[in-house]
Design a protein around this ligand. Structure first.
Ligand SMILES: Cc1cc2nc3c(=O)[nH]c(=O)nc-3n(C[C@H](O)[C@H](O)[C@H](O)COP(=O)(O)OP(=O)(O)OC[C@H]3O[C@@H](n4cnc5c(N)ncnc54)[C@H](O)[C@@H]3O)c2cc1C
Length: 429
């Protein structure tokens, strides 16, 4: 991975190559002022900015590179309900908040569906997501996914698939069952992020790109500084996730960057598409270290899997991921891989997003442990609520205890890599 927080253009992903447009907001110059200043224009920053401006706040959003440059513009595009850590929160507070947590887990999906419609964002949003069973112990998970929805009178369509149906729907003999939910789905994440930023900008959010924030000066009105400018605001939101190095005194060794990688094939023939995914669903297996894939709008297979926790980059992303794809789809042996790219996800040791405040008015919200498209939108709303004075949901997350790994970040990454090795071995059993 290249050095972080330096001005860079988008990575050479399928998404950057097919973006509706490339954003071109100005560099921050001179002294500016806003009610709220947000650092980082991925989904966390953009979703928070849009929620705040919709509620009447003046907002400045500062991005080191381009809108959606980080994980938000590079991910698998799988819109999956939930946010990691909810079960830990339920255990801490009891079943009395179970319904509230159930609503929280779907809120990100609701926000994305609402915004795509309200702002007419072209991001190829499709409904439908299947979780696949590879081993007999996964079959109980399928039953539990259905039971959860039954308990909550879930109003959207879902279904359990047996082995025959799963193999017929996904054209792979690897699977022995599936659970399909049609409130989850998939989309072109860079186009969603850019579309939300455009909507926020149209409502008055000042967006600055190619403007790495170098420091925060704390106070009643904190100052957010770059090499060429400063924004003074009543409150600041740090949304740099795995790419951020700001506020190391409070935040270092809390979120560990891990590399995650995707390949995109050439467009597939209609025959192959009909064989492997005729309903155009997002797919993810139930392993601890997951493989996930979906079709793009132009019918490429976008296949992601594995994660690099040690900080060492694979020499070739294609050689790393393609064998995983061929294990599921040997029939794609002769299909060309036309794109390969990676990005950083933020891993938190207790798997609950690291959310909190420094000096009352500098909020941070990061570490979705690889599952963030939906979670960032949930947290954007929860942080906006907190800024407006409603702390209830924010405090549920902020009160969770986090362990800051002693020693260097490199050391922390090696320990996490060892831990993940355990899960990889478990997946092999
Ligand atoms: C390959 C890959 C596949 C994934 N697949 C999925 C998936 O299918 N579904 C899912 O739900 N999640 C997925 N994720 C996770 C998801 O993408 C992330 O959880 C989510 O995008 C995090 O959003 P974010 O805004 O918090 O961080 P990011 O999108 O990483 O954005 C952070 C931004 O902050 C900026 N920044 C950092 N420091 C500074 C600074 N000092 N000054 C100014 N700007 C700064 C960065 O340049 C960056 O643009 C995937 C992630 C990866 C990498």
């Amino acid at each position: 991975m290249k050095a972080i927080n330096q001005k860079q253009e988008h990575t050479r992903s399928y998404y950057a190559a097919t973006a509706n447009e490339v954003s071109d907001y100005p560099v921050l110059e001179g002294r500016q002022s806003a009610d709220i200043c947000i650092v980082g224009a991925g989904f966390t920053g953009v979703a928070t900015a849009l929620t705040l401006v919709e509620r009447g706040f003046s907002v400045a959003l500062i991005e080191a590179n381009r809108v959606g440059w980080g994980a938000s513009g590079r991910n698998g595009g799988q819109l999956i309900n939930g946010i990691s850590g909810l079960e830990k929160i339920r255990k801490k507070h009891g079943d009395g908040i179970a319904d509230m947590l159930w609503d929280i887990r779907w809120r990100g999906n609701d926000i994305v569906y609402e915004r795509v419609e309200k702002y007419a964002i072209q991001c190829d949003l499709k409904s439908g997501f299947v979780q696949t069973a590879l081993k007999s112990r996964h079959l109980a998970d399928l039953e539990e996914l259905a039971a959860q929805r039954q308990r909550h009178n879930f109003p959207y369509k879902y279904e359990i698939w047996d082995k025959e149906k799963t193999q017929a729907m996904l054209g792979s003999s690897a699977y022995i069952g599936g659970f399909a939910c049609y409130r989850d789905g998939h989309l072109h994440p860079l186009n969603l992020c850019n579309g939300e930023a455009k909507a926020a900008h149209a409502l008055g959010v000042q967006i600055y790109e190619q403007s790495p924030v170098t420091a925060i000066e704390h106070g009643n009105r904190p100052k957010v500084k770059t090499a060429t400018g400063v924004v003074e605001a009543d409150a600041v939101v740090l949304a740099g996730n795995a790419y951020s190095t700001l506020e190391s005194k409070h935040l270092s060794n809390l979120v560990f960057p891990a590399g995650s990688y995707i390949i995109a094939t050439e467009p597939l023939s209609e025959k192959v598409v009909n064989e492997i995914n005729p309903r155009d669903l997002a797919v993810c297996d139930l392993n601890e270290v997951v493989d996930y894939f979906r079709l793009s709008a132009d019918k490429r297979l976008l296949y992601g899997g594995a994660c690099n926790y040690s900080g060492r980059e694979p020499k070739s992303i294609k050689s790393y991921i393609r064998p995983r794809m061929l294990k599921i789809y040997p029939q794609l042996e002769d299909v060309r891989i036309e794109y390969e790219w990676g990005g950083l996800i933020g891993i938190v040791l207790n798997r609950t997003p690291a959310v909190g405040r420094i000096n009352k008015n500098v909020y941070y919200c990061q570490g979705y442990s690889g599952h963030g498209l939906n979670a960032t939108h949930i947290m954007g709303e929860i942080v906006a609520d907190a800024i407006a004075g409603t702390m209830e949901k924010f405090d549920l997350f902020a009160d969770m205890k986090h362990f800051r790994m002693p020693g260097s970040q490199w050391m922390g990454n090696q320990i996490i890599a060892l831990g993940m090795l355990y899960y990889r071995l478990k997946d092999m059993l």
